[in-house]
Design a protein around this ligand. Structure first.
Ligand SMILES: [Ca+2]
Ligand SMILES: [Ca+2]
Ligand SMILES: [Ca+2]
Ligand SMILES: [Ca+2]
Length: 657
């Protein structure tokens, strides 16, 4: 027995050079120091560590892809193998390698085994493997140093389901991770990327992990995240850290448009040539494949309905126009009006298939634009009960005609702005019994200007008036004479001139000209030589009070009668609201002078009507009332009763002097 152990130790010594027997200072074995041997010690307890490969050859380096076993051989102080002894393995650096498991019992030959594996494909360096066991009551540790060498990781060429795709098509793609030329079960992170389009329905680049067979797969789609289509060659890439990326190319067929849609006509209404108003409209169409806009598609525009003289990309040019769609898939053409009004229809057809087309909607050439001379703004009630009450309505109506006094086209937009209260922003004209007009609501609310006079402005695109010197019923620059008007503005303070802060519609003109206040405000020195202008009219709405300001006029109260005025309490120059009622009652308090009995003979002015202001903000708009009396004497009483439209009654009572 003793002999066999010695032979075994001798074999180990041959393999490891440093493992066996009492050769003090050997790095391969450490001798415990505690405890007292119970049998005569002829050797030192040892734990000898080795790493072997799949063919059981001892090695000092491991790498990904190999199979390695860590072995610890335990002998006691008699030099005999120790069976069934717990051995605990440890690594100096967990990022380098892993142990599975980390503990084992020795077998009959005194050997414990665990598996040691590189921690990852990128692990690189050297570390120490130690194994510890308790022998003869002592803790004995054996150690060996080992290296983790770089992994020979590579990617196979990319495998594609198809290398030739239809527009918007897709294909599977896969790559195999190889270690030392063989597929590895070790999970490897693979990044797939495409020069156009998406991977796995998400982005142009996605990361995934190889499966147990070393294969990573993804689906490539030749459509970008924004819906645009790829065409031509697309490069697909598979890569992982530390290896050369693999690329492959697919060819995506160009998309063919299969639809075209009308986008817009800006504006939809243009005016006959020579009218001086807008005579061109930009119409846009979009070419599509499915629902995706398609650039670089040839489109032909043609006029399908022409009231007379309408042109494409030039006045009077009725020939078809071919162009290509831009990066948004849009193609456009400019429509020029002719001399005859009426609806216009422009068709856009695919050159590749003229049976695929779309047409403009609601595009028309109108006879005459609104003329400044033929604009009229009216107000249903000027003096509304608006100073103390919100929501008191009035209606603003604009009537528009061209320079011949004929109605403007339906849909002509009139805009409104207001100094105070609230006004609807616009209305579109409609011909009723051949007359063109439209109306908006105005209501009292804040803001309330201090003097209760609220300016509102109505305006529309139109033309200046002109003198048709050569009598051809169209404007000829240089021959005909313009009736100049500058920029439209809203004269809030009614001083007859534009002031900073007042609403303005600038047109860029800088020629000198006289300005004006309302009803047709025009900013001075903003004129130009164009016929086009902003047609405009201003009105002033009065925010009347619910409470009256009653004043007896000279020569004063007499028992025969008297005159008085009724204004608004807070603004004594403003009238009471339209619809206010005024009454006078008397009471006979002089019974001693019978048969005289004080009675009202007549009151002139029992209601306050609709009172239209002028453009003089200093004017007094109070109402005049006249009372005549019968049989009244000093000491009798009279009462003036003023009731607002909302029902607030205020009494003014006095005794006859
Ligand atoms: Ca003319
Ligand atoms: Ca002003
Ligand atoms: Ca004002
Ligand atoms: Ca009396």
């Amino acid at each position: 027995m003793m002999q066999m152990t010695r032979i075994l130790c001798g074999m180990l010594f041959a393999a490891l050079m440093t493992a066996c027997g009492g050769g003090g200072g050997s790095p391969g074995a450490t001798t415990g120091t505690g405890g007292t041997p119970t049998t005569p010690a002829t050797a030192t307890p040892t734990v000898v560590v080795t790493i072997v490969d799949a063919s059981n050859a001892a090695i000092t380096g491991i790498s990904v892809g190999g199979t390695y076993t860590a072995k610890a051989t335990v002998t006691d102080n008699a030099g005999l193998a120790v069976a069934n002894r717990l051995v605990t393995f440890e690594l100096s650096n967990a990022s380098l390698a892993t142990l599975s498991p980390s503990t084992a019992l020795t077998d009959a030959s005194g050997v414990a085994r665990v598996v040691v594996t590189p921690a990852s494909v990128t692990a690189l360096g050297a570390g120490t493997l130690s194994a510890k066991a308790t022998v003869n009551g002592e803790s004995v540790t054996g150690r060996m140093d080992f290296a983790v060498s770089s992994t020979n990781l590579a990617l196979s060429p990319i495998t594609l389901g198809s290398t030739s795709l239809a527009s918007g098509g897709n294909t599977s793609m896969s790559v195999t991770a190889l270690i030392n030329g063989s597929a590895t079960a070790t999970p490897i992170n693979i990044t797939f990327a495409a020069s156009c389009g998406r991977i796995n329905g998400s982005g142009a680049s996605v990361s995934t992990t190889t499966n147990g067979s070393g294969v990573a797969t993804a689906v490539y789609t030749a459509v970008n995240a924004d819906g645009t289509l790829c065409s031509g060659p697309v490069t697909l890439t598979a890569s992982t850290a530390g290896t050369t990326a693999q690329t492959a190319s697919v060819t995506v067929a160009a998309a063919v448009a299969n639809a075209i849609t009308f986008v817009s006509a800006t504006p939809a209404q243009i005016f006959v040539a020579g009218s001086g108003a807008l005579e061109q409209s930009l119409v846009k169409f979009k070419a599509l494949v499915g629902s995706t806009a398609l650039p670089n598609v040839s489109v032909t525009f043609s006029i399908q309905v022409n009231p007379g003289g309408v042109g494409l990309n030039g006045a009077g040019s009725a020939a078809s126009v071919t162009t290509t769609t831009d990066s948004l898939g849009e193609a456009s053409v400019t429509v020029f009006s002719g001399t005859i009004p009426g609806p216009v229809k422009v068709r856009a057809a695919l050159v590749s298939d003229p049976s695929v087309f779309a047409e403009t909607q609601n595009l028309s050439v109108s006879s005459g634009p609104p003329s400044q001379r033929f604009m009229s703004l009216s107000v249903s009630t000027f003096n509304i009960e608006g100073w103390n009450r919100d929501g008191t309505p009035t209606t603003l109506t604009v009537r528009l005609a061209d320079r011949q006094g004929n109605p403007v086209e339906n849909g002509t937009v009139v805009n409104f702005t207001s100094e105070g209260g609230q006004v609807a922003s616009s209305c579109s004209t409609l011909k009723v019994n051949g007359i063109s007009s439209c109306s908006v609501d105005f209501m009292s609310q804040n803001f309330r200007p201090a003097d209760g006079r609220v300016s509102v402005l109505a305006y529309a695109s139109g033309t200046k008036d002109y003198v048709d010197v050569n009598g051809n019923n169209r404007y000829d620059a240089g021959t005909d004479t313009l009736v100049q008007v500058g920029d439209a503005y809203r004269d809030d303070d009614e001083d007859g001139a534009f002031d900073t802060g007042e609403f303005l519609i600038p047109r860029g003109g800088a020629s000198s000209c006289t300005g004006a206040g309302w009803p047709f405000p025009s900013r001075s020195n903003t004129c130009d030589s164009n016929l086009a202008t902003t047609v405009r009219q201003q009105a002033v709405i009065l925010f009347s009070s619910s409470t009256p300001d009653v004043r007896i006029l000279s020569p004063g109260i007499s028992t025969a009668g008297f005159d008085f005025t009724v204004g608004s309490f807070e603004h004594p120059k403003l009238p009471m609201p339209s619809g206010t009622t005024v009454a006078v009652e008397v009471a006979d308090k002089t019974e001693g002078n019978a048969p005289l009995s004080c009675a009202l003979d007549k009151l002139i002015g029992t209601t306050v009507g609709n009172i239209s202001p002028t453009n003089n903000p200093a004017e007094s708009l109070v109402t005049l009332h006249q009372v005549t009396l019968k049989g009244c004497a000093t000491g009798d009483l009279f009462t003036i009763k003023v009731t607002s439209p909302a029902g607030l009654t205020t009494n003014y009572t006095d005794v006859f002097p």
